[in-house]
Write a protein that binds this ligand. Sequence first.
Ligand code: PLP
Length: 473
Amino acid sequence: MISTKEHISNKTEEIRKNIAGLNKEVRLLNGSMRQYTFFDNAASTPSFTTVRNKVNEAIDYYSAIHRGQGIKSFISTEAFDQAHDIVAKFVNACPKEYITIFVKNTTEAINKLSYRICLKPGDVILSSGMEHHSNDLPWRRNNFVDYIAVDDKGYLDMDDLETKVKQYGKRIKLITLTGASNVSGFVNPYHEVAEIAHSIGAKFCLDAAQLAPHRKIDMKPVDDPQHIDFLVMSAHKLYAPYGTGVLLCPREFCEEGDPEFVGGGMAAYVTHYETVWAGLPFKEEAGSPNTIGGIAMAAACKQLEKYGMDYVADHELELTRYLLQKFDNIPEIELLVETDYEKLEDKLGVITFNIKNLHYNYVGAILAHEYGIGVRTGCFCTHPYIAKLLQIDEDTAIKLKEDIICNRKVDLPGAIRVSFGIYNSFEEVDYLIDAIRNIVDGKIEGEYFVDDQSGLFEPKGYNFELNEYFSYD
Ligand SMILES: Cc1ncc(COP(=O)(O)O)c(C=O)c1O
């Protein structure tokens, strides 16, 4: 019998063949070339090759949709229409109950939704202390937003949610929550939160940007108390970086009210004084849509379903456990959230850390230039959560704000994030660990200079030339 790890390794080999550009080499500081190792999947994943192939197939038939009269228009229209249903099915949204609206990304989806949700003075939106700025700033523009606290370990504080529900009661009209954190990887009990929202007559919005590529999501029927009312996600985090995302909404919700964007394709009848909106989803997809991007997203959803979301979760769990166990033996590693092996199944493959006494951007630059490893460094568009996890006190926060206003970022706190995708291998994790051990032991080849304004580090003598990799000529 083959072990789970062997099974995962065999399947990883198969999946790696389906990742565009995985064999691409990059030039290191010492002049040698090395296959790129990518651990920033929480930001954006590479494309599945099958998705790229589908894009190429569709592009041969590309033509304006819905209003075109040629056969190619019929083909593109039908393919784009079907893409809506495929994406809806991926999160188990019944097409009779939910409408799928293609947008640019999660940020646009939330902005669009926040435009449509018009609350009265006194109404409250509850968000949380672990949100990406995209699931926070859009809501603040026209509404009063309060935040469900996170506890000292970085988990959503369900007791605080109960307190806030008692405090505001039916004034709460919406609870909006990330399915999983892009900093700690913690998966929130979002169905439980949805049920609490519904019990007080509020709606529930799930930011699935991080969750959707890694876990099976079930929006559930609208008469289920745990259902998700609104769901947003991005295709570029889902192996289809071709410029789309989606907003899923209850059909009834979209039927009412006026859309944010108006123009071509979304109006059925227009005089100089009057407009009748087109049906759904057209009313909400003004202008010529990103047809190819929608097709790509649907192809990625199908591909992920073929691999199986349970497989995705198991594979990433094993990689996460493996990395964390290795980190346990490196005392210089300072994890932003403590490892709880018992709760690892409720965490995505997102590991955020610092190396004692080393600037996160310095470590990131060494990994990039000396090892050809791509990670993310900084605050991950999640400042309040990072401030909480790094225990930034108020005086320090004031000083940091002044620094930012004076265009000096070098002293800003931050961290290094490694995030796994379906195709990452144990060998890649070993390579990362070797690199980190070398850095910890001071085995650093280059001499690095920091720019105080940007806070970024660059090695002396490294000349990046785009033309070496890509050119418009
Ligand atoms: C949890 C979460 N929400 C929202 C976003 C924004 O996604 P996008 O940049 O695709 O709009 C991100 C991006 O990293 C995220 O991690």
